[in-house]
Design a protein around this ligand. Structure first.
Ligand code: NAP
Ligand code: G4F
Length: 352
């Protein structure tokens, strides 16, 4: 039987690496798009990538979704059965500083791929997956969020992703392209970028324990997120494209926790006893109640800092993925505590 060909934009990212593993295990030929960077950073996929001169089912090509001729040529030459658009400037906080670049990548980048498919795939055989996000719900009041909830994004990232969500639907309706949105809630893993809250907290507190960093500085501790495991969430991405019709699905665990819960859990797992206090500006900080590692009793180990607060914030995200459960038979199995434990174990191994 002819092997299926997948083209993955964003293969060097957290999800791209897990998705590539999943597709290779399913016997796909996987083309991954990596950006030109001054230092090569393919660490997340090095374990599955063989030398370009060896025969391999994983082939890397240079590319960038901000370059239409590149996107067009990749799709023209590779003729994939499935296209996964995971490429994005994916940091919400950074999107306030790089608003235009975020739009170029997260909005127009998607349009470039959709246009290339529209022009090249006359027989409408290609399937397209768009990495949409719970950020498109913003602070919309009715929770938990499902496929029918109102969209009210509150960041350049969320707004850029909402454009892509609608373009994916528009191209499906106007041109009969098999184009689907996965509206994924936060998902983490040992491969999560180091400036997202889960990884930043874990790495930061391990460094504080080792005496390599004095204190962990954070922003908003009150916001809540529905955190799942990336490995399970990429399985949903694949399932969305295997469904007989193109459609949009919310992918979430259905449980949420605050950032403070996350910090408390990491501290507990690292056996650091602590107490929260407030300073004169109402900013919170945590002090150690025991001597452990290089930490001394009464040392400030976590501190809120104004510069880590965002100009606007999504306060409370929680998803309802009953549609995915019913139609795709997808369900999250790894809970918050298991996820964080796996991440801590992995970072303890590499940092200690
Ligand atoms: P990630 O780790 O930040 O990976 C993003 C990927 O996109 C990286 O491979 C990155 O390349 C690539 N990229 C960035 N700009 C690009 C450009 N202009 N052209 C081509 N590639 C570009 O993000 P992730 O956590 O894997 O998330 C994957 C996708 O799902 C993203 O679109 C994200 O917005 C979305 N999403 C993520 C979550 C989540 O909680 N993780 C939830 C909902 C939706 P470099 O390695 O060169 O930077
Ligand atoms: O880990 P975060 O940066 O993730 P955020 O903003 O929820 O976005 C992630 O999930 C989205 C899906 O909902 C994705 F679409 C997006 O690509 C990304 O993967 O922040 C989580 C929370 C926020 O409320 C933030 O304000 O943690 C709060 N936070 C507090 N201090 C911090 C910090 N976030 C970061 N990154 N760094 C801090 O120091």
């Amino acid at each position: 039987m002819k092997k299926k060909i997948a083209l993955v934009f964003g293969i060097t990212g957290q999800d791209g690496s897990y998705l590539a593993e999943l597709l290779l295990n399913k016997n796909y030929i996987v083309y991954g798009v990596k950006r030109r960077t001054s230092l090569i950073h393919t660490t997340r996929i090095d374990h599955i990538y063989k030398d370009v001169h060896l025969k391999s089912n994983l082939i890397l090509r240079y590319g960038d979704v901000t370059d239409f001729s590149n996107v067009f040529n990749l799709i023209y030459q590779i003729k994939p059965d499935e296209v996964y658009n995971l490429a994005a400037q994916s940091n919400v906080g950074v999107s306030f500083e790089l608003a235009e670049y975020t739009a170029q990548t997260d909005s127009i980048g998607t349009l470039r791929i959709l246009e290339a498919i529209r022009i090249l795939d006359k027989k409408r055989k290609m399937k397209f997956y768009q990495a949409s996000t719970s950020e498109i719900f913003g602070n919309s009041p009715e929770k938990p969020y499902n496929e029918k909830s109102k969209f009210e994004p509150v960041s350049p990232y969320g707004t850029a992703k909402l454009y892509s969500y609608w373009m994916t639907r528009n191209y499906r309706d106007a041109y009969s392209i098999f184009a689907s949105n996965g509206i994924l809630f936060n998902h983490e893993s040992p491969r999560r970028g180091e400036n997202f809250i889960s990884r930043k907290t874990i790495i930061g507190l391990i460094k504080v324990l080792k005496g390599e960093q004095k204190c962990l500085h954070l922003g908003n501790l009150k916001s809540k997120r529905d955190w799942g495991h990336a490995k399970e969430f990429v399985n949903a991405q694949w399932k969305i494209l295997q469904h007989k019709i193109p459609d949009d699905f919310v992918i979430a665990t259905g449980k949420n926790h605050s950032v403070k819960d996350l910090v408390n859990l990491v501290l507990k797992k690292l056996n650091i006893k602590h107490k929260w206090k407030k300073d004169k500006n109402n900013l919170e900080y945590a002090i150690a109640l025991n001597n452990i590692g290089q930490i001394k009793k009464s040392q400030i180990i976590v501190k809120q800092e104004k510069r880590y607060f965002r100009p606007n914030e999504v306060h409370n995200l929680i998803g309802d993925s009953r549609k995915a459960k019913k139609i795709l038979k997808w369900k999250s199995m790894i809970n918050f505590e298991q996820l964080i434990s796996e991440m801590i174990d992995s970072d303890l191994k590499s940092i200690m």
